[in-house]
Design a protein around this ligand. Structure first.
Ligand code: SF4
Length: 358
């Protein structure tokens, strides 16, 4: 940051951004019609790593089922995960549930009214706390999610590596300094910088001609704003392969609940084996008909996971005792119908597989 380390006058950034948001920004999203922190918080958590179009349906269903924080706090985790199913990044759902409980236990069912206290709740980071505080309580505080980092680093031509914590802290300081004075119009400003990142200052091809801060954007002036933000640390991806046992008995399937940590923590899934050979070895004495399904790759944030599903259909004449002996060799679980399975908190990979196979 060279030129950009000088203070940015409001006339160059905050003022045109607020004016643009009021005329061109988004105003009709359901979570914009409220200052209820429960609703704003719900939307902020859902929108992390997820597109608005995807969130809309989930947001409506969540509010219908859990209209306030007390209702969510009182829910069973399985019900929360079931409603979340398909949104991915399930730690968000578990943290959300823990957060609702903490709001009830520590704050009597009312979200605290400041960003500092909000950050002490599970799953609420600094930027999310700031968004809730700005939208619901008019607090003058900066957000810095991925979209906002992109806008600010481009506007400031901020080329320092954001993988270095000190550089990210410096950007936070800059983001705070650029807020409108006295917090005037902080709601429109906060929404505006989100909208700009989501709709105009796009990752690959920013629409600079439509941008309200374009006349003073240093990244644009340099000619290649796409080079910002700079973040060198790459996620290390790993590969993994497993076999999935789709065990069928009497039109029901056996689902097991995954451990509380690791991939798909707490979700219901098929029993997993190291390989199809391991599965075949474990099931060598089982009666029934075996049908391997097409293998597929499921891509997670850090992991390319190849799954080899195998349908194992137990014969109709098998006794309950035999069935119990088989399931006793598997992780604890339950027999469910396909409809029941699809209504549970299951990974999207399982949901898709079941839906295309039945
Ligand atoms: Fe982004 Fe272009 Fe606007 Fe700069 S001028 S903030 S690069 S859209």
């Amino acid at each position: 940051m060279s030129e950009s380390s000088a203070p940015v006058p409001a006339a160059r950034f905050a003022t045109p951004l607020i004016a643009w948001q009021r005329t061109h920004g988004r105003h009709t999203l359901p979570w914009q019609q409220t200052t209820d922190p429960y609703r704003v918080w719900l939307s902020e958590i859902m929108l992390q790593q997820t597109q608005v179009a995807t969130v809309l349906g989930y947001y409506a269903r969540f509010l219908q089922r859990f209209p306030d924080v007390r209702a969510l706090a009182a829910a069973e985790q399985d019900d929360v995960l079931a409603l979340w199913s398909g949104l991915g990044y399930y730690s968000r759902a578990r943290n959300m549930h823990a957060c609702a409980k903490a709001v009830v236990a520590r704050f009597g069912g009312e979200f605290p009214r400041g960003s500092e206290l909000l950050q002490t709740l599970p799953g609420i980071g600094r930027s999310t706390a700031a968004a809730i505080a700005a939208f619901c309580f008019g607090e003058r505080v900066a957000i810095l999610d991925g979209n906002v980092k992109r806008v600010l680093t481009r506007f400031l031509a901020y080329g320092a590596d954001l993988a270095v914590a000190a550089n990210e802290r410096a950007l936070w300081a800059k983001a705070t300094e650029m807020l409108p004075a006295h917090g005037d119009g902080i709601e429109s400003y906060t929404q505006g910088i989100m909208d700009l990142g989501a709709t105009v200052c796009a990752t690959r091809s920013p629409q600079c001609l439509l941008c309200p801060v374009q006349p003073h954007c240093l990244g644009r002036r340099e000619g290649s704003p796409e080079r910002y933000p700079v973040k060198t640390r790459k996620l290390k991806r790993s590969q993994r392969e497993n076999a999935w046992l789709w065990l069928v008995w009497d039109d029901q399937l056996w689902l097991v609940q995954r451990p509380d940590t690791g991939v798909w923590a707490g979700l219901w899934s098929f029993p997993e084996f190291e390989s199809t050979d391991t599965l075949a070895g474990a099931a060598a004495s089982w009666p029934g008909e075996v049908t391997p399904l097409a293998s597929f790759k499921h891509v997670l944030t850090h992991l390319d996971w190849t799954l080899h599903p195998v349908v194992w259909r137990l014969p109709a004449k098998v006794t309950r005792r035999q069935v119990d002996a088989i399931t006793a060799t598997l992780p604890a679980g339950r027999w469910v119908t396909v409809d029941e399975a699809l209504a549970m908190g299951v990974p999207s990979a399982l949901r898709k597989l079941v839906m295309r196979s039945v």
